[in-house]
Ligand binder design. Structure first.
Ligand code: AVJ
Length: 319
């Protein structure tokens, strides 16, 4: 494109963030939304997580996108408008766009301003014929999409990274339903989903030996202190990530290491020593769970790819 990239800015305001934080701290048990992990530092730390030896999902999914690109492109069809939810660094997008036949436009929806600006500019440079329409937004809120200049044959929603796993079942169905609206009757969604496996492998992925995941989790407190003026003492909280076998998911909490009071916008919240504040979940999937979620959102699994160890799956969903 010849004109400079324009980012549609729908970023949540500091007041929106403060409202979410106050609601979460008033709940029992206390909770903070995981979407606020992704400020500039948070996005950098997440990229560092993807390079840790224990964190297998990114490596496995990148290899799968390279391996099955031609199959995926055939299933998706030519001249699609790719709409990506939580596009991050765009490393996976490049593999998808490389494989697709004559993609018309690319709309990354991303909550991290720095990650969005860097990846959109890079992809715009690398794919000369592609219209890049970046949207800075929380993708769980309704996002009006800028229409591409050239008519696309269909829309392809791209939702890799098992990001769906960060949402509750209810939220997941709502998200998939929103994607169904975005894709239209002849479109599709390509999801990357982390599959159930040996709990020790999963637990290690969220407790890397170098402590990058712990730093990522604690960065949430630094970020909130800066943007909503809270006074969390990050040294008085510790990252805990446990795999709940019955539910097939990792639950990440921040444990209060002492009795303490945290103040946000003049409101005081008491933490007991050992109290666990919920900050993230990462669901691991079975085929039955994927099929049930899709069906609840009016979608079906039209194509499926797994890696050779059945650790990670790509699923093409259609109405
Ligand atoms: C954002 C969904 C890719 O849940 O695995 C990684 C975030 N949190 N380590 C995940 C995360 C801790 C990650 N995704």
């Amino acid at each position: 494109m010849t004109t400079p990239l324009r980012i549609t800015d729908l970023h949540p305001s500091d007041d929106d963030i403060a409202g979410d934080v106050l609601r979460g701290l008033a709940a029992t048990p206390k909770r903070l939304p995981s979407k606020y992990f992704y400020d500039q530092r948070g996005s950098e730390l997440f990229e560092a997580i993807t390079r840790q030896p224990e964190y297998y999902p990114t490596r496995v999914e990148l290899a799968m996108l390279a391996e099955h690109g031609a199959d995926i492109a055939r299933a998706a069809g030519p001249r699609v408008h790719v709409v990506e939810y939580g596009s991050g660094s765009g490393r996976k997008t490049r593999l998808l766009l490389d494989a697709l036949e004559d993609p018309v436009a690319y709309t990354p929806i991303e909550i991290s301003r720095s990650a969005l600006a860097a990846s959109a500019e890079r992809l715009d440079r690398e794919f000369g014929d592609l219209e890049v329409l970046p949207v800075l937004a929380d993708f769980t809120c309704p996002v009006p999409l800028p229409p591409p200049a050239r008519q696309a044959d269909s829309a392809l929603v791209f939702f890799p990274g098992s990001t769906l796993g960060n949402f509750t079942r209810e939220e997941s169905v709502r998200l998939l339903s929103a994607m169904r609206d975005t894709m239209g009757s002849n479109g599709a969604a390509l999801l990357g989903l982390d599959l159930e496996k040996d709990p020790a492998i999963v637990e290690a992925a969220y407790n890397d030996a170098a402590g990058v995941t712990a730093e990522f989790t604690l960065n949430l407190l630094h970020r909130l202190n800066r943007d909503v003026g809270s006074d969390f003492d990050p040294a008085s909280f510790a990252h805990r990530a446990r795999y709940l076998r019955d539910e097939g998911r990792i639950v990440t909490t921040l444990e209060s290491l002492r009795a303490q009071v945290v103040t946000v916008e003049g409101r005081r919240f008491a933490f007991a020593q050992g109290e666990q504040m919920h900050v993230e979940q990462s669901q691991k999937y079975t085929d039955a769970r994927i099929a049930a979620l899709a069906a609840e959102a009016g979608l079906r699994v039209a194509a499926a790819w797994n890696d050779p160890r059945d650790w990670f799956g790509l699923r093409l969903l259609r109405p």
